[in-house]
Design a binder for this molecule. Structure first.
Ligand SMILES: Nc1nc2c(ncn2[C@@H]2O[C@H](COP(=O)(O)OP(=O)(O)OP(=O)(O)O)[C@@H](O)[C@H]2O)c(=O)[nH]1
Length: 347
Protein backbone atom coordinates (compact mmCIF):
# COMPACT_ATOMS: atom_id res chain seq x y z
CA UNK A 1 0.00 0.00 0.00
CA UNK A 2 1.27 3.44 -0.92
CA UNK A 3 2.37 5.64 1.95
CA UNK A 4 0.97 9.15 1.91
CA UNK A 5 3.13 12.11 2.84
CA UNK A 6 1.54 15.17 4.41
CA UNK A 7 2.88 18.67 5.08
CA UNK A 8 4.80 19.02 8.36
CA UNK A 9 3.87 21.50 11.10
CA UNK A 10 5.04 25.11 11.14
CA UNK A 11 8.80 25.29 11.61
CA UNK A 12 10.45 26.87 14.67
CA UNK A 13 11.45 29.77 12.40
CA UNK A 14 7.85 30.47 11.44
CA UNK A 15 6.83 30.44 15.10
CA UNK A 16 9.65 32.84 15.97
CA UNK A 17 8.66 35.17 13.11
CA UNK A 18 5.04 35.16 14.31
CA UNK A 19 6.21 35.98 17.85
CA UNK A 20 8.37 38.89 16.59
CA UNK A 21 5.48 40.25 14.49
CA UNK A 22 3.18 40.08 17.51
CA UNK A 23 5.64 41.84 19.84
CA UNK A 24 6.40 44.60 17.28
CA UNK A 25 2.66 45.11 16.63
CA UNK A 26 2.01 45.41 20.36
CA UNK A 27 4.84 47.95 20.79
CA UNK A 28 3.48 50.14 17.97
CA UNK A 29 0.01 49.71 19.43
CA UNK A 30 1.18 50.69 22.95
CA UNK A 31 3.18 53.61 21.47
CA UNK A 32 0.10 54.90 19.63
CA UNK A 33 -2.13 54.68 22.71
CA UNK A 34 0.56 56.35 24.86
CA UNK A 35 0.73 59.22 22.37
CA UNK A 36 -3.06 59.63 22.49
CA UNK A 37 -2.92 59.88 26.30
CA UNK A 38 0.07 62.20 26.09
CA UNK A 39 -1.79 64.51 23.73
CA UNK A 40 -4.62 64.85 26.29
CA UNK A 41 -2.03 65.80 28.93
CA UNK A 42 -0.52 68.40 26.57
CA UNK A 43 -4.00 69.85 25.85
CA UNK A 44 -4.62 70.16 29.60
CA UNK A 45 -1.24 71.88 30.01
CA UNK A 46 -2.24 74.34 27.29
CA UNK A 47 0.39 73.19 24.74
CA UNK A 48 -2.10 73.00 21.89
CA UNK A 49 0.40 72.78 18.99
CA UNK A 50 2.37 69.95 20.63
CA UNK A 51 -0.87 68.21 21.62
CA UNK A 52 -2.09 68.25 17.99
CA UNK A 53 1.18 66.81 16.62
CA UNK A 54 1.19 64.05 19.26
CA UNK A 55 -2.52 63.38 18.68
CA UNK A 56 -1.95 62.96 14.91
CA UNK A 57 0.97 60.58 15.58
CA UNK A 58 -1.10 58.63 18.10
CA UNK A 59 -4.00 58.22 15.67
CA UNK A 60 -1.62 57.21 12.84
CA UNK A 61 0.27 54.55 14.79
CA UNK A 62 -2.88 53.14 16.43
CA UNK A 63 -4.40 52.81 12.94
CA UNK A 64 -1.22 51.18 11.59
CA UNK A 65 -1.17 48.66 14.46
CA UNK A 66 -4.81 47.89 13.65
CA UNK A 67 -4.21 47.73 9.89
CA UNK A 68 -1.20 45.37 10.15
CA UNK A 69 -2.58 43.05 12.83
CA UNK A 70 -0.82 39.68 12.55
CA UNK A 71 1.41 40.98 9.70
CA UNK A 72 4.90 42.44 9.58
CA UNK A 73 4.65 46.24 9.92
CA UNK A 74 6.57 47.86 7.02
CA UNK A 75 10.09 49.04 7.93
CA UNK A 76 9.32 52.64 6.94
CA UNK A 77 6.48 52.85 9.47
CA UNK A 78 8.71 51.36 12.17
CA UNK A 79 11.50 53.84 11.39
CA UNK A 80 9.06 56.78 11.46
CA UNK A 81 7.62 55.46 14.74
CA UNK A 82 11.01 55.38 16.49
CA UNK A 83 12.16 58.65 14.90
CA UNK A 84 9.03 60.53 15.96
CA UNK A 85 9.15 59.24 19.52
CA UNK A 86 12.83 60.18 19.63
CA UNK A 87 12.00 63.76 18.60
CA UNK A 88 9.19 63.92 21.18
CA UNK A 89 11.51 62.59 23.90
CA UNK A 90 14.30 65.05 22.98
CA UNK A 91 11.81 67.94 23.02
CA UNK A 92 10.46 66.74 26.34
CA UNK A 93 13.96 66.64 27.88
CA UNK A 94 14.62 70.11 26.46
CA UNK A 95 11.34 71.54 27.81
CA UNK A 96 10.78 69.53 30.99
CA UNK A 97 14.23 68.23 32.03
CA UNK A 98 14.16 64.96 34.00
CA UNK A 99 10.52 64.22 33.18
CA UNK A 100 11.48 63.84 29.52
CA UNK A 101 14.27 61.38 30.37
CA UNK A 102 11.74 58.81 31.60
CA UNK A 103 10.55 58.25 28.01
CA UNK A 104 14.02 57.49 26.69
CA UNK A 105 14.47 54.18 28.55
CA UNK A 106 11.41 52.30 27.21
CA UNK A 107 12.09 53.69 23.73
CA UNK A 108 15.68 52.46 23.84
CA UNK A 109 14.54 48.97 24.86
CA UNK A 110 11.80 49.00 22.19
CA UNK A 111 14.49 49.39 19.47
CA UNK A 112 15.67 45.82 20.12
CA UNK A 113 12.17 44.51 19.39
CA UNK A 114 11.00 46.86 16.63
CA UNK A 115 14.15 46.20 14.50
CA UNK A 116 15.67 42.78 14.17
CA UNK A 117 19.29 41.79 14.98
CA UNK A 118 22.02 44.26 14.01
CA UNK A 119 19.48 46.92 12.96
CA UNK A 120 18.13 46.97 16.52
CA UNK A 121 21.65 47.47 17.93
CA UNK A 122 22.42 50.28 15.44
CA UNK A 123 19.14 52.05 16.30
CA UNK A 124 19.77 51.67 20.05
CA UNK A 125 23.32 53.06 19.75
CA UNK A 126 22.02 56.05 17.73
CA UNK A 127 19.31 56.76 20.32
CA UNK A 128 21.79 56.41 23.19
CA UNK A 129 24.04 59.03 21.55
CA UNK A 130 21.14 61.41 20.84
CA UNK A 131 19.58 61.15 24.32
CA UNK A 132 22.95 61.30 26.11
CA UNK A 133 24.00 64.40 24.16
CA UNK A 134 20.64 66.07 24.88
CA UNK A 135 20.90 65.28 28.60
CA UNK A 136 24.53 66.46 28.88
CA UNK A 137 23.85 69.67 26.93
CA UNK A 138 20.58 70.64 28.63
CA UNK A 139 21.10 69.57 32.24
CA UNK A 140 23.68 70.16 34.97
CA UNK A 141 26.75 68.02 34.22
CA UNK A 142 26.21 65.98 37.38
CA UNK A 143 22.82 64.80 36.11
CA UNK A 144 23.84 64.63 32.44
CA UNK A 145 26.63 62.08 32.85
CA UNK A 146 24.51 59.90 35.16
CA UNK A 147 21.72 59.77 32.59
CA UNK A 148 24.23 59.11 29.78
CA UNK A 149 25.85 56.28 31.78
CA UNK A 150 22.52 54.53 32.53
CA UNK A 151 21.50 54.84 28.87
CA UNK A 152 24.83 53.31 27.77
CA UNK A 153 24.37 50.45 30.27
CA UNK A 154 20.90 49.65 28.89
CA UNK A 155 22.23 49.86 25.33
CA UNK A 156 25.14 47.48 26.08
CA UNK A 157 22.95 44.99 27.99
CA UNK A 158 20.32 45.03 25.23
CA UNK A 159 22.97 44.53 22.52
CA UNK A 160 24.58 41.61 24.39
CA UNK A 161 21.12 40.08 24.79
CA UNK A 162 20.42 40.44 21.05
CA UNK A 163 23.80 38.84 20.13
CA UNK A 164 23.21 35.91 22.50
CA UNK A 165 19.67 35.46 21.23
CA UNK A 166 20.87 35.46 17.60
CA UNK A 167 23.49 32.79 18.41
CA UNK A 168 20.89 30.74 20.24
CA UNK A 169 18.49 31.10 17.33
CA UNK A 170 21.18 29.85 14.91
CA UNK A 171 21.94 26.88 17.16
CA UNK A 172 18.25 26.03 17.59
CA UNK A 173 17.68 26.31 13.84
CA UNK A 174 20.54 23.88 13.24
CA UNK A 175 19.32 21.49 15.92
CA UNK A 176 15.79 21.47 14.55
CA UNK A 177 16.92 20.50 11.04
CA UNK A 178 19.69 18.06 11.99
CA UNK A 179 19.34 14.36 12.69
CA UNK A 180 21.29 13.79 15.91
CA UNK A 181 22.41 10.24 15.04
CA UNK A 182 23.85 10.76 11.55
CA UNK A 183 24.36 14.53 11.41
CA UNK A 184 22.35 14.60 8.16
CA UNK A 185 19.41 16.93 7.57
CA UNK A 186 16.24 15.53 9.06
CA UNK A 187 12.80 15.77 7.43
CA UNK A 188 12.13 19.36 8.61
CA UNK A 189 13.62 21.04 5.54
CA UNK A 190 12.33 18.52 2.99
CA UNK A 191 9.23 20.49 2.03
CA UNK A 192 11.23 23.70 1.59
CA UNK A 193 13.90 22.03 -0.58
CA UNK A 194 11.30 20.27 -2.75
CA UNK A 195 9.36 23.49 -3.22
CA UNK A 196 12.57 25.29 -4.27
CA UNK A 197 13.19 22.61 -6.91
CA UNK A 198 9.60 22.91 -8.14
CA UNK A 199 10.02 26.69 -8.40
CA UNK A 200 13.32 26.34 -10.36
CA UNK A 201 11.65 23.82 -12.65
CA UNK A 202 8.63 26.04 -13.33
CA UNK A 203 10.66 29.26 -13.70
CA UNK A 204 13.85 28.10 -15.46
CA UNK A 205 12.95 24.60 -16.64
CA UNK A 206 15.67 23.18 -14.37
CA UNK A 207 15.44 19.41 -13.89
CA UNK A 208 15.49 17.76 -10.46
CA UNK A 209 15.27 14.17 -9.35
CA UNK A 210 14.41 12.51 -6.06
CA UNK A 211 15.89 9.31 -4.72
CA UNK A 212 14.16 7.55 -1.85
CA UNK A 213 16.35 4.88 -0.21
CA UNK A 214 15.48 2.34 2.47
CA UNK A 215 17.74 -0.27 4.11
CA UNK A 216 16.51 -3.83 3.65
CA UNK A 217 15.46 -6.04 6.57
CA UNK A 218 16.85 -3.59 9.07
CA UNK A 219 14.53 -4.95 11.75
CA UNK A 220 16.31 -8.31 11.52
CA UNK A 221 19.68 -6.61 11.98
CA UNK A 222 18.39 -4.77 15.07
CA UNK A 223 16.84 -7.92 16.48
CA UNK A 224 20.02 -9.91 15.92
CA UNK A 225 22.68 -7.41 17.03
CA UNK A 226 20.78 -4.85 19.12
CA UNK A 227 19.57 -1.31 18.54
CA UNK A 228 22.92 0.33 19.37
CA UNK A 229 24.65 -1.80 16.76
CA UNK A 230 21.91 -0.74 14.29
CA UNK A 231 22.67 2.88 15.15
CA UNK A 232 26.38 2.38 14.32
CA UNK A 233 25.43 0.93 10.94
CA UNK A 234 23.04 3.81 10.19
CA UNK A 235 25.85 6.28 10.91
CA UNK A 236 28.22 4.45 8.60
CA UNK A 237 25.61 4.25 5.82
CA UNK A 238 25.13 8.01 6.05
CA UNK A 239 28.91 8.59 5.92
CA UNK A 240 29.29 6.36 2.86
CA UNK A 241 26.38 8.01 1.05
CA UNK A 242 27.87 11.45 1.67
CA UNK A 243 31.12 10.42 -0.06
CA UNK A 244 29.33 9.61 -3.33
CA UNK A 245 27.02 12.59 -3.60
CA UNK A 246 27.85 15.99 -5.08
CA UNK A 247 28.12 19.12 -2.95
CA UNK A 248 24.81 20.46 -4.22
CA UNK A 249 22.90 17.21 -3.61
CA UNK A 250 20.81 17.26 -0.46
CA UNK A 251 20.75 14.15 1.70
CA UNK A 252 18.11 13.69 4.41
CA UNK A 253 17.39 10.98 6.93
CA UNK A 254 13.61 11.03 6.82
CA UNK A 255 12.78 7.97 8.91
CA UNK A 256 14.47 5.22 10.92
CA UNK A 257 16.32 3.51 8.05
CA UNK A 258 14.96 5.71 5.27
CA UNK A 259 16.91 8.36 3.36
CA UNK A 260 15.89 10.94 0.80
CA UNK A 261 18.22 12.56 -1.71
CA UNK A 262 17.31 15.59 -3.81
CA UNK A 263 19.52 15.84 -6.90
CA UNK A 264 19.20 19.33 -8.40
CA UNK A 265 19.84 19.89 -12.13
CA UNK A 266 19.79 16.12 -12.62
CA UNK A 267 17.72 14.17 -15.12
CA UNK A 268 16.28 10.72 -14.51
CA UNK A 269 18.97 8.60 -16.18
CA UNK A 270 21.81 10.44 -14.45
CA UNK A 271 20.00 10.04 -11.13
CA UNK A 272 19.55 6.31 -11.82
CA UNK A 273 23.33 6.01 -12.15
CA UNK A 274 23.85 7.89 -8.88
CA UNK A 275 21.26 5.67 -7.16
CA UNK A 276 22.93 2.53 -8.49
CA UNK A 277 26.27 3.81 -7.14
CA UNK A 278 24.65 4.29 -3.72
CA UNK A 279 23.12 0.82 -3.82
CA UNK A 280 26.47 -0.78 -4.68
CA UNK A 281 28.26 1.29 -2.05
CA UNK A 282 26.08 -0.25 0.66
CA UNK A 283 25.84 -3.78 -0.74
CA UNK A 284 29.40 -4.37 -1.92
CA UNK A 285 31.37 -3.66 1.24
CA UNK A 286 30.47 -5.09 4.66
CA UNK A 287 29.95 -2.81 7.68
CA UNK A 288 32.00 -3.13 10.86
CA UNK A 289 29.99 -2.65 14.05
CA UNK A 290 31.42 -2.93 17.57
CA UNK A 291 31.02 -6.71 17.90
CA UNK A 292 30.32 -7.93 14.39
CA UNK A 293 30.72 -7.35 10.69
CA UNK A 294 27.50 -7.39 8.67
CA UNK A 295 26.48 -7.15 5.05
CA UNK A 296 23.36 -5.15 4.30
CA UNK A 297 21.50 -3.99 1.23
CA UNK A 298 19.39 -1.01 0.29
CA UNK A 299 16.42 -0.51 -2.06
CA UNK A 300 15.98 2.75 -3.93
CA UNK A 301 13.17 4.51 -5.81
CA UNK A 302 13.92 7.31 -8.28
CA UNK A 303 11.49 9.94 -9.65
CA UNK A 304 12.24 12.95 -11.84
CA UNK A 305 10.14 16.03 -11.23
CA UNK A 306 7.39 16.42 -13.84
CA UNK A 307 5.95 19.78 -14.89
CA UNK A 308 3.08 20.86 -12.66
CA UNK A 309 3.72 18.18 -10.06
CA UNK A 310 3.27 19.11 -6.39
CA UNK A 311 5.91 18.14 -3.85
CA UNK A 312 3.55 15.55 -2.35
CA UNK A 313 2.98 13.94 -5.77
CA UNK A 314 6.72 13.97 -6.49
CA UNK A 315 7.54 12.41 -3.13
CA UNK A 316 4.82 9.80 -3.55
CA UNK A 317 6.18 8.95 -7.01
CA UNK A 318 9.63 8.19 -5.55
CA UNK A 319 7.96 6.26 -2.75
CA UNK A 320 6.00 4.17 -5.29
CA UNK A 321 9.24 3.28 -7.06
CA UNK A 322 10.85 2.37 -3.73
CA UNK A 323 7.95 0.11 -2.74
CA UNK A 324 8.25 -1.54 -6.15
CA UNK A 325 11.97 -2.18 -5.53
CA UNK A 326 11.08 -3.77 -2.19
CA UNK A 327 8.29 -5.84 -3.75
CA UNK A 328 10.52 -7.07 -6.59
CA UNK A 329 13.09 -8.53 -4.16
CA UNK A 330 15.03 -5.56 -2.63
CA UNK A 331 18.68 -4.52 -3.23
CA UNK A 332 17.74 -2.76 -6.45
CA UNK A 333 16.92 0.62 -8.01
CA UNK A 334 13.52 1.34 -9.58
CA UNK A 335 12.34 4.42 -11.39
CA UNK A 336 8.99 5.98 -12.12
CA UNK A 337 8.74 6.88 -15.77
CA UNK A 338 7.34 10.33 -16.44
CA UNK A 339 4.87 9.15 -19.05
CA UNK A 340 3.53 6.24 -17.09
CA UNK A 341 3.73 6.60 -13.27
CA UNK A 342 4.57 2.96 -12.82
CA UNK A 343 7.85 1.74 -11.37
CA UNK A 344 10.34 0.25 -13.83
CA UNK A 345 13.50 -1.71 -13.14
CA UNK A 346 16.96 -0.28 -13.86
CA UNK A 347 18.23 -1.38 -17.26
N1 LIG B 1 19.07 1.04 15.31
C1 LIG B 1 18.06 1.80 14.91
N2 LIG B 1 16.99 1.23 14.37
C2 LIG B 1 15.96 2.00 13.95
C3 LIG B 1 16.01 3.39 14.09
N3 LIG B 1 14.83 3.88 13.61
C4 LIG B 1 14.11 2.85 13.20
N4 LIG B 1 14.78 1.67 13.41
C5 LIG B 1 14.36 0.30 13.14
O1 LIG B 1 14.30 0.04 11.76
C6 LIG B 1 13.44 -1.10 11.60
C7 LIG B 1 12.59 -0.88 10.36
O2 LIG B 1 11.82 -2.02 10.21
P1 LIG B 1 10.80 -2.21 9.02
O3 LIG B 1 10.06 -0.93 8.78
O4 LIG B 1 10.00 -3.42 9.32
O5 LIG B 1 11.70 -2.40 7.78
P2 LIG B 1 12.79 -3.48 7.44
O6 LIG B 1 12.97 -4.50 8.53
O7 LIG B 1 14.03 -2.73 7.04
O8 LIG B 1 12.15 -4.21 6.21
P3 LIG B 1 12.05 -3.69 4.72
O9 LIG B 1 12.14 -2.19 4.75
O10 LIG B 1 10.74 -4.18 4.25
O11 LIG B 1 13.19 -4.26 3.98
C8 LIG B 1 12.63 -1.24 12.87
O12 LIG B 1 13.08 -2.37 13.57
C9 LIG B 1 12.97 0.02 13.65
O13 LIG B 1 12.99 -0.20 15.05
C10 LIG B 1 17.16 3.98 14.67
O14 LIG B 1 17.29 5.21 14.81
N5 LIG B 1 18.17 3.16 15.06
Amino acid sequence: MQRTVTKSHASADELLQKFKIKVTGNIIWAGGITELLLSIAQFLLGNTAQALVILAAGIFFTMMAWRYQGQRIPILIRVVFVALLTVISVMSIYLNGHIGVYWTYPLLVACFFVFSGAAGIVAAVALTLIFSATAVLTMPLDDGWRIATTLVIICVLGSVFVVLLTELQKLLRKMVVTDTLTGLNNRHLVTQVLEQSIYSNARYGRAATLVMADLDHFKQLNDQHGHLFGDQILKQVAERMRTVLRKEDQLFRVGGEEFLIVLPSTKLEEAMRAAEKLRALVADTAFNGKNATVSITMSLGVAELSKGQTWVEWLNAADTALLEAKRKGRNQVRKVSKAKPEAQAIT
